[in-house]
Design a binder for this molecule. Structure first.
Ligand code: PRT
Length: 134
């Protein structure tokens, strides 16, 4: 999947300077980040609605639109796909799966990389449980 997103990202970069009258991407760049953000949010909501309605095929279609609008926003924000893949790998190395670090300031215990140890740091789980309690 990352290959597809990387190819799409390059296509979006290439389309940025095309004629907005014929290129949706160029039009989005012309209208700026707030329009891009609005479109991304719209697509996210469409994915949610289709998923709640159990319309799997629509979820697939809208997810493709969502990812397109996400890559446009990435390009506008100066983010490239590799930046995101690097962050996901960092989280995976830290916690064993690609997830956010606990929000609390609690420190994760010094453990071998979760890829070696069988379990994620308990503190991370407790942190999340503690956060949910209040
Ligand atoms: N990958 C995509 C892509 N995915 C989705 N979309 C369009 O994004 C829109 C998202 O759906 P919406 O319903 O929100 O859009 P809409 O309401 O129909 O139209 P708007 O009101 O948003 O203008 C659809 O019209 C899709 O056709 C895309 N448009 C372009 N690309 C690629 O982007 C590159 C540049 O293409 P141009 O923008 O056409 O130059 C090319 O590689 C394209 O393949």
């Amino acid at each position: 999947m990352s290959d597809s997103l990387e190819r799409l990202y390059l296509a979006v970069l290439a389309a940025r300077d095309l004629d907005p009258a014929t290129s949706r991407t160029a039009r989005l760049f012309q209208r700026g980040p707030s329009k891009m953000a609005k479109k991304l949010a719209e697509e996210a909501i469409e994915v949610v609605i289709d998923a709640v309605n159990g319309d799997t095929e629509a979820v697939v279609r809208e997810s493709a639109d969502l990812l397109y609008n996400l890559t446009v926003l990435w390009a506008s924000a100066g983010v490239c796909p590799e930046d995101v893949w690097r962050e996901m790998s960092r989280r995976e190395d830290m916690l064993g799966i690609a997830e956010k670090l606990p929000k609390s300031s609690m420190k994760l215990p010094k453990v071998a990389s979760p890829r070696i140890s069988a379990r994620r740091p308990i503190v991370a789980i407790e942190g999340r449980a503690a956060r949910k309690r209040h």
